[in-house]
Design a protein around this ligand. Structure first.
Ligand SMILES: *[C@@H]1O[C@H](CO)[C@@H](O)[C@H](O)[C@H]1NC(C)=O
Ligand SMILES: *[C@@H]1O[C@H](CO)[C@@H](O)[C@H](O)[C@H]1NC(C)=O
Ligand SMILES: *[C@@H]1O[C@H](CO)[C@@H](O)[C@H](O)[C@H]1NC(C)=O
Ligand SMILES: *[C@@H]1O[C@H](CO)[C@@H](O)[C@H](O)[C@H]1NC(C)=O
Ligand SMILES: *[C@@H]1O[C@H](CO)[C@@H](O)[C@H](O)[C@H]1NC(C)=O
Ligand SMILES: *[C@@H]1O[C@H](CO)[C@@H](O)[C@H](O)[C@H]1NC(C)=O
Length: 608
């Protein structure tokens, strides 16, 4: 395939040594274009000409597969007797021809102000246009995508290197499924995936909403079998191109500074490279390490995984109930699988669209009733999507993204949370023990006796707590959490917190803990509070955060400061504690919060 580059002006400005001495506005049978000339669009926006790259012996007129010798100054782009546009070398050999049929006996070629280089056939209009064969660059109104009926594929194909326009290994295009995804491939291997088109943006490009949304469209016509992506934005000059190193980039012309600025590029970090964390692995660029397994899954090879090679991904820890042979357990209660919710996700690749499902419940029951369904997601602008192959290319975003529900064995879903509770409680017990230890040390000199009973009481209370929260059966604990929904706690608005702490002023700061800072604040009603602002570096979801709050609120001890409420707004996660004014600041001992994989804990402990 011969591909035309339509935005030569860019090459002329940036890379080509510009040798032209004359300007032409069209090419006619009697007026060919020579290497010493350029063809200019009527509005002087685009310019087309022969160009030479530094260090190269070749000259190109954007037909990158067939360069001409640099020395061939009598090469020309001309119109042949059959009306076709032809590139001839100095020996009058035809290097390339448009090869289209012309009805009239008068054709001419012009460069339009859109950058499209077209061959016009007398009064019959355009019979050939360079936009039909993109090279590595996408200009507004150009399309990339495919027609599954005709098999015609329009992709951007990278240069082999910065100095060699020959087609390289990277290409960018669209997939034809519902919903479509944009992809960059390295050869035939996926290199980057933009995620599902949700009719206004790609789910895998979370910041697309703010800056790139306007004018970026995907048109899908199931009747014609076509899926095309294009940029329809004319208020600013921009173009998209695929670099020889596989980076898909949007450049924008800054008219003030007269430079092209890089507006966006993908992949921009390791998480954005396709399948970095392997099947059933999740990437989060804010975490370290960036990869983890979906809950209920474990690394396929611990050694590789811990060594930072995540490509082989994760495997299911426990067989799905629906996959077990039912013959043996037919009389007993067959346990149902559960769905593990993951939030703010780039949804995995290779899903199927279920057309006759109208809502999230329908989507869940569809997935539940089909054992090969491994996950589902319902996005209102798309509908119900299900996955039956390995879940690959999952990414967790700090904002945006969609909910994904992953099928896990029943025990795992209940158990996972259960286990988290037990772990957290034992950690809390550990902390308390440590606190008690310090407390004992401090008190040691003053009062050498009577402490053992206090320690015992403290530990007893933790014991009781563990017992009381131990799930008796199945989902009880999960359901209890839902019902509870923070009964005695107040949900504070972020504004009221700002007011109370004087916008987190340094004078109101009491101290800095592991995962946040503690401030002294005064609520509107005059009540003094301790405000713990958790740093936003965690990817913890709101649900998990709430669960932690419930735990903390259940920890009652006279030396433990009472949790009064919390605030969740945007990235902000804040805990509001009672402030004990009769304790001096010196007694403020511990302001802990620490992060396990999902959970925040924050306990403020005062020495008696
Ligand atoms: C450009 O090159 C052609 C062919 O070599 C020559 O005929 C023509 O005079 C040149 N024009 C200018 C302006 O140098
Ligand atoms: C082609 O050109 C000749 C004159 O050069 C003219 O007489 C004839 O009508 C033209 N044919 C068409 C189809 O335009
Ligand atoms: C692209 O693929 C080639 C051949 O498989 C490989 O050598 C190269 O490292 C890949 N490039 C990137 C950026 O992944
Ligand atoms: C890369 O990502 C960072 C952080 O997400 C963002 O600030 C930056 O603009 C991105 N760069 C490009 C070129 O897209
Ligand atoms: C399930 O049962 C079938 C035949 O009853 C047997 O061939 C298969 O190996 C069993 N699978 C498992 C996982 O036990
Ligand atoms: C279950 O899901 C698989 C994969 O999506 C599909 O091929 C199959 O037809 C479904 N089975 C039923 C009974 O719907």
């Amino acid at each position: 395939m011969i591909s035309w580059c339509s935005c030569l002006v860019i090459f002329c400005l940036l890379q080509a040594s510009h040798r032209a001495s004359g300007v032409a506005y069209n090419i006619t049978p009697s007026e060919p274009l020579f290497p010493n000339q350029t063809l200019v669009s009527s509005g002087n926006i685009f310019e087309l000409g022969f160009f030479t790259l530094s260090g190269s012996e070749n000259q190109y007129i954007a037909i990158r597969e067939r360069p001409l010798a640099y020395t061939d100054q009598s090469a020309k782009l001309t119109i042949g007797s059959d009306g076709n546009l032809k590139l001839m070398d100095g020996q009058e050999n035809i290097v390339w021809s448009t090869n289209v049929y012309s009805r009239s006996n008068y054709t001419s070629a012009v460069l339009l102000d859109s950058g499209n280089f077209v061959l016009q056939d007398g009064n019959y209009g355009e019979i050939w246009g360079s936009f039909e064969d993109p090279t590595d660059t996408l200009l507004p109104t150009m399309e990339v995508g495919l027609n599954v009926r005709t098999g015609v594929k329009k992709s951007l194909i990278s240069w082999r290197s910065d100095s060699d326009p020959f087609p390289g290994s990277f290409s960018t295009g669209m997939t034809s499924g519902t919903p479509p995804h944009p992809f960059t491939w390295n050869g035939s291997t996926p290199y980057w995936r933009g995620g599902q088109w949700d009719k206004s943006k790609f789910i895998g490009i979370p910041n697309m909403d703010q800056s790139y949304k306007t004018g970026f469209t995907v048109q899908q016509d199931p009747q014609q079998g076509t899926t095309y992506y294009s940029i329809n934005r004319y208020d600013i000059f921009l173009y998209m191109f695929i670099s020889p190193r596989g980076s898909l980039t949007i450049m924008r012309w800054d008219d003030g500074a007269k430079v092209w600025l890089m507006e966006w590029a993908a992949p921009n970090n390791t998480c954005e490279i396709y399948g970095t964390c392997g099947p059933f692995g999740v990437c989060n660029s804010l975490n370290s390490p960036i990869c983890r397994c979906i809950d209920g899954f474990v690394p396929k090879s611990n050694e590789e995984w811990n060594g930072g090679n995540w490509i082989r991904g994760c495997v299911r820890e426990m067989e799905l109930n629906c996959q077990k042979n039912t013959s043996t357990s037919i009389s007993t209660n067959v346990k149902k699988d559960a769905f593990w919710q993951m939030s703010q996700m780039k949804l995995p690749d290779s899903g199927d669209y279920v057309s006759d499902v109208e809502d999230e419940e329908g989507c869940e029951s569809w997935c539940r009733s089909n054992c090969s369904c491994l996950a589902y997601s319902y996005v209102s602008t798309i509908g119900c999507m299900v996955w039956s192959k390995d879940l690959i290319d999952l990414e967790e975003f700090p904002t945006a993204g969609e909910d994904l529900f992953v099928r896990v064995a029943h025990i795992k879903a209940g158990g996972s949370r259960h286990r988290a509770v037990i772990i957290s409680l034992s950690t809390i017990a550990g902390i308390m023990f440590f606190a008690v230890f310090v407390f004992v040390l401090c008190k040691w000199r003053a009062n050498k006796t009577g402490n053992l009973s206090k320690i015992r009481r403290l530990l007893d209370s933790v014991d009781t707590l563990e017992k009381s929260t131990e799930p008796t059966q199945g989902n009880a604990w999960q359901e209890q959490l839902k019902q509870d929904d923070l009964p005695e706690l107040t949900l504070y608005s972020f504004d009221s917190i700002l007011l109370a702490t004087n916008k987190f002023s340094t004078t109101s700061k009491l101290g800095q803990g592991g995962f946040g800072s503690v401030y002294k604040g005064k609520l509107k009603d005059g009540k003094e509070v301790g405000v713990k602002r958790l740093s936003s570096a965690s990817a913890q979801g709101v649900e998990e955060f709430k669960n932690e709050i419930i735990l903390i609120s259940k920890l009652q001890h006279r030396n433990l400061v009472k949790l009064m409420g919390y605030c969740i707004e945007g990235e902000e996660k804040i805990l509001v504690y009672e402030y004990l004014s009769n304790k001096s600041l010196d007694t403020f001992l511990f302001g802990w919060s620490f992060l396990s994989r999902y959970n925040y804990f924050s306990i403020i402990y005062f020495l008696p």
